[in-house]
Design a binder for this molecule. Structure first.
Ligand code: ADP
Length: 395
């Protein structure tokens, strides 16, 4: 028995899960928050129900990693560091350089840092996490798993924007897509649930969380996805606008006296989506709470559903058919009404929801009616498990 660790490092946080392999059993998980700030929060869940929490100043990711590894031993989760055979890191942007996960070399790490131009908030933090673990556990397999890799199968027709093609040739300006690890996981699970080879299936995966994207998966490969050059594009999200007419930018900058394009981008990234529409919250649960009495909350909910529905329709057209539609992530797994409203508007695709089956949260199940021509599946995503599996495959 040996252990692997799946890591998701943010600019001030480090989320992790420790697996016993090859059983794929989660034996501990945790999060370090407020790294670099005062009173960082350090917590571990382990032994199926036990918790360890601490508030302490943690200045760097490296210190967070050192503390975490020490606690794994103190809490007897592992006996010795030699039990850990690999550490896998979620990395946001792999650009055109990484069509698959990699065993990270120094060159890869430099490339991940260079690709910060695609994901300025995420890649530097991901790289920091990688360096921190390499520093503390230098001899252990270190794997990078990219949110973009799964979408590298997109054809030029799908990933090119209709702008002068030199911008793609010179600057790699194209659609990359994100949430690839999640779309890949749920499409593999869908094939298992449907008991059909993934190569034979046309799937539409709806990853609906704070960040949200839809992906058309044909024969197990991403055909197209709604996020673009960055995660800004596509659906209405918690705080991101999703698709808009770019001509709005200069128009609004003039009307609102915004002189810096970065400020405008911040509004589109952080103040738009459900938050901007409702005027009070990016969280679906808050919107449901006020649905009855607050018109803006209702409007935000209906717009969210409409955009998902439109992408499903579009992607069914792209693949000339669809065998199953999958819902996953916070909203997809939990928002019963949202799933119901989206599917109810897709009768023309011969898809029918079963209201009773749909009345559930966070479990893997089929929620379409028996007579539905398209299966609808609820599949909780598991990106960390995909990371653990990639460590196994590559180490
Ligand atoms: P991310 O990982 O992108 O931050 P999540 O996948 O955790 O996001 O999804 C967060 C979203 O899921 C929020 O909008 C939240 O309101 C929604 N959500 C979580 N639980 C429920 C629930 N019980 N009902 C409706 N929405 C929910």
């Amino acid at each position: 028995m040996y252990k692997t660790m799946a890591i998701n490092a943010g600019s001030s946080s480090l989320k992790w899960k420790c697996y016993e392999m090859p059983e794929e059993k989660v034996i501990a998980s945790g999060i370090v928050e407020r790294i670099g700030l005062k009173e960082s929060l350090f917590s571990i869940d382990y032994n199926e129900g036990q918790a360890f929490n601490m508030v302490i100043n943690i200045d760097t990711h490296e210190v967070a990693v050192e503390m975490l590894l020490e606690q794994l031993i103190d809490l007897a989760i592992i006996e010795d560091y030699s039990e850990i055979t690999g550490v896998g890191h979620r990395v946001a942007a792999g650009g055109e350089s990484f069509a698959d996960s990699v065993l990270i070399t120094e060159g890869d790490l430099k490339e991940i840092e260079r690709l910060a131009e695609l994901a300025p908030l995420h890649n530097p933090a991901n790289a920091m996490g990688i360096r921190a673990f390499k520093q503390v556990l230098p001899d252990i397999a270190s794997v990078a798993v990219f949110d973009t890799s799964f979408h590298q199968t997109m054809a030029k027709e799908q990933y090119l924007y209709s702008i002068p093609i030199e911008y793609y040739e010179k600057h790699h300006a194209r659609r990359y897509g994100y949430h690839g690890t999640s779309h890949k996981y749920v499409s593999q699970r869908a094939a298992e649930i449907l008991n059909k080879p993934v190569e034979k299936l046309k799937l539409i995966s709806c990853h609906l969380g704070n960040g949200a994207s839809v992906c058309a998966v044909e024969g197990g490969k991403s055909v197209v996805t709604s996020m673009g050059f960055t995660p800004m594009a596509g659906l209405t999200m918690g705080t991101r606008s999703g698709d808009i007419d770019v001509s709005l930018l200069p128009y609004l900058m003039e009307k609102e006296n915004i002189s810096d394009l970065n400020d405008m981008m911040t509004i589109l990234n952080k103040e738009s989506g459900l938050k901007g529409l409702s005027g009070f919250s990016s969280d679906m649960r808050d919107l449901f709470e006020q649905e009855e009495e607050n018109e803006r909350a209702t409007l935000a909910l209906r717009i969210f559903e409409d955009r998902v529905k439109k992408y499903i329709g579009a992607y069914a057209a792209t693949m000339n058919g669809v065998d199953a539609i999958i819902f996953t992530a916070g909203i997809g797994e939990n928002a019963i009404q949202t799933r119901h409203n989206i599917i109810s508007g897709l009768g023309f695709l011969n898809v029918v929801i079963d209201a009773d089956e749909n009345n559930c949260r966070g479990i893997e199940k089929r929620i379409s009616a028996k007579e539905s021509g398209v299966d609808v599946l609820l599949i909780p995503t598991d990106e960390e498990l995909m990371i653990a599996r990639d460590i196994e495959r590559l180490r």
